[in-house]
Design a protein. Structure first.
Length: 218
């Protein structure tokens, strides 16, 4: 006897919550997201279809596979995933579940989604984030970005985009920031951090030249 799952006919598409890493294409013209586990190798857009992560030729979500988009029913439970060290720099997405889906106790696995809201936590320094900056890692063709207060990333020379620029390149999506526990860095602090980074770079250059001169003396 073939097992048949119960079917739902909701009046409106379900809403779900998940965490992801925001990404920018290598040329900076497109923005999207990547998953934190199984789907981490395949960036997706604001409106996108799920594809089998194992390369199998079937529609997602298949009952005999764990492919498809995944989300949780509770925003608090999704936000709690960012407490782990591996996911501290992830953002929380509010998504509309489209197409076929399989409902579980804590969430859903489904075929198509639209990202409606991107909830961004504070910068690593504790201040309220004002932009996304290069996180220092990525995937072929895409570089991962993370919340930045505007001073930390700039002081390290990391490129970034404002939330408005990210939303424009991603599509129709709303970016919401969580308030930080520290006040925003004043402009003078940001300038000092940038100047310190430049001085450190020049010091490294002089040290390299000095090492070469000492080597010639030998």
């Amino acid at each position: 006897m073939r097992l048949r799952l119960p079917q739902e006919r909701p009046a409106a598409p379900p809403t779900g919550y998940k965490i992801a890493y925001p990404v920018l294409s290598h040329d900076g013209t497109r923005a999207g997201f990547t998953g934190v586990s199984l789907g981490g190798g395949s960036p997706y857009g604001v409106l996108d279809d799920a594809r089998c992560a194992y390369g199998r030729r079937h529609r997602s979500p298949a009952r005999f596979c764990d492919c498809g988009f995944h989300c949780l029913h509770s925003p608090a439970e999704a936000l709690g995933l960012t407490c782990t060290g591996a996911h501290r720099r992830a953002v929380m997405l509010e998504v509309t579940v489209l197409g076929a889906y399989i409902r579980y106790e804590r969430g859903m696995r489904y075929a198509r989604q639209r990202v409606r809201t991107v909830r961004v936590g504070p910068c690593g320094c504790g201040r309220t984030a004002t932009r996304f900056s290069d996180a220092g890692w990525g995937r072929p063709g895409w570089w991962t970005v993370a919340a930045d207060c505007g001073g930390c990333g700039a002081g390290l020379g990391r490129p970034g985009v404002t939330f408005a620029e990210f939303a424009e390149r991603a599509g129709s999506v709303t970016v919401v920031t969580e308030p930080g526990g520290r006040s925003a860095a004043p402009a003078s602090v940001t300038e000092l951090m940038a100047e310190a980074a430049m001085l450190q770079a020049r010091l490294d250059w002089f040290q390299g030249r000095l090492a070469r001169v000492e080597g010639w003396g030998d």
